[in-house]
Write a protein that binds this ligand. Structure first.
Ligand SMILES: [Zn+2]
Length: 169
């Protein structure tokens, strides 16, 4: 299947408490076949399975803030990726305390991830570039909330077009 340039799959839109038929917050952005996960509420891995989105396609997870409905599914997903034998590096972007939250859980279960996990702390400062690759540029947006909170602005990277030598005069 040919992917459009940007595809956004809403996996959950729920608020703090569980509600029938809604799921905690998570969105999957697909850009030229690469998957970017934005927030990871409880049960996100089940939602990804339902959507038919392979975990291994996810290279980056962006967490907006540390209210549970936006990230309590993260450890489950990190752990499943480990059990499924992932070797591909995973980048997690989120507020600074998230690093310790991840580490303490891995330490307590004596889990040594089979894949590299790189943590990128975010600060709610609009315009900061959080990530840039050949597909996207992700900048942060400071959002007003009770605790530090960032939005993520995804823009397509201008990839260099291939030069076709036969067309050169
Ligand atoms: Zn919140």
């Amino acid at each position: 299947m040919a992917h459009r340039q940007f595809d956004l799959i809403t996996l959950g839109t729920g608020a703090a408490l569980p509600a029938r038929g809604r799921f905690p917050t998570a969105q999957l952005l697909i850009v030229h076949g690469e998957h970017y996960l934005i927030d990871c509420g409880e049960g996100t891995q089940e939602r990804l399975r339902t959507a038919g989105a392979p975990f291994n396609r996810i290279g980056h997870i962006f967490i907006s803030h540390l209210h549970g409905d936006h990230y309590l599914g993260l450890m489950g997903l990190i752990s499943s990726m480990h059990l499924m034998g992932r070797t591909r590096e995973l980048h997690v972007h989120g507020p600074k305390p998230l690093k310790e939250i991840i580490e303490v859980q891995l330490r307590a279960s004596q889990t040594y991830l089979r894949y590299p996990l790189t943590f990128h702390p975010t600060e709610p400062v609009s315009g900061t570039v959080a990530w840039h690759d050949s597909r996207v540029r992700v900048s942060l947006l400071a959002l007003r909330h009770r605790i530090p909170c960032t939005g993520f602005l995804f823009e397509e990277s201008m990839a260099p077009r291939p030069l076709i030598k036969a067309k050169l005069l």
